[in-house]
Design a protein around this ligand. Structure first.
Ligand code: TMP
Length: 209
């Protein structure tokens, strides 16, 4: 049995990750692969409970270190109970956000370094890394308009942070793509849903052999 493939979708709020994750899983199934669609934070009952803790309530509910630890804890559950077993069965796992979201979001305040976030990932999730990561990229103004239309003034604890924060998050994602081109592809998310899925499938072609 061959090991499955682990694909993650990343990006700021309102860039269309969830739609694209669903479309990619469907396209893979049509091509004869077994695809498991999941998300972070979440994906298992315990990790979904941690998601609720993280995303509801006031901004000051958690300090940034607690926040980073909770994301790492949710990920540890998700990796052990869902992602690793699926990969071991030979499935493709399509995950809406993963470690790069922690690197992009929890580092913005400058209190926690990228190396420290990766340390938490090593301890919690034994350093599981995606085979390919797609960062959906949109100009900040377009993305925030889309996110506002989706959330209608009811954004979650992190989505509701100010535009400076979200600009810094997007700049982090672009930097990761520039630094790790062999794993991370930057995708123009202003194209149609179908055009984006096609671009992702072309990018993954070499892994499907
Ligand atoms: P979602 O809106 O894509 O479901 O993601 C939930 C929020 O959690 C979103 O604002 C991004 C944030 N997040 C982090 O800050 N760090 C992480 O590691 C993950 C997975 C998500």
């Amino acid at each position: 049995m061959t090991q499955g493939r682990f694909i993650t979708l990343e990006g700021g709020e309102g860039t269309g990750k969830s739609t694209q994750a669903r479309a990619l899983a469907e396209a893979l199934e049509k091509n004869g692969f077994k695809a498991l669609l999941t998300r972070e934070p979440g994906g298992t009952p315990g990790a979904e409970t941690i998601r609720e803790l993280l995303l509801t309530g006031a901004e000051e509910k958690w300090n940034i270190r607690t926040e980073a630890l909770l994301f790492a804890a949710a990920r540890a559950e998700h990796c052990t109970k869902l992602i690793r077993p699926a990969l071991a069965r030979g499935d493709w796992v399509i995950c809406d956000r993963f470690i790069d979201s922690s690197r992009a979001y929890q580092s913005v305040c400058g209190e926690i370094s990228d190396a420290e976030i990766m340390d938490l990932h090593r301890i919690g999730s034994e350093n599981l890394m995606p085979d390919r990561t797609f960062v959906l990229d949109l100009p900040e103004a377009v993305a925030s308009k889309r996110a506002d239309a989706r959330d209608r003034g009811d954004s979650d604890r992190i989505g509701g942070r100010d535009s400076r924060y979200h600009r810094a998050v997007m700049a982090n994602f672009r930097k990761f793509a520039a630094d790790e081109p062999e794993r991370i592809a930057l995708v123009d998310a202003s194209q149609s849903v179908e055009a984006i899925t096609e671009a992702l499938m072309i990018n993954l072609d070499g892994m499907m052999a």
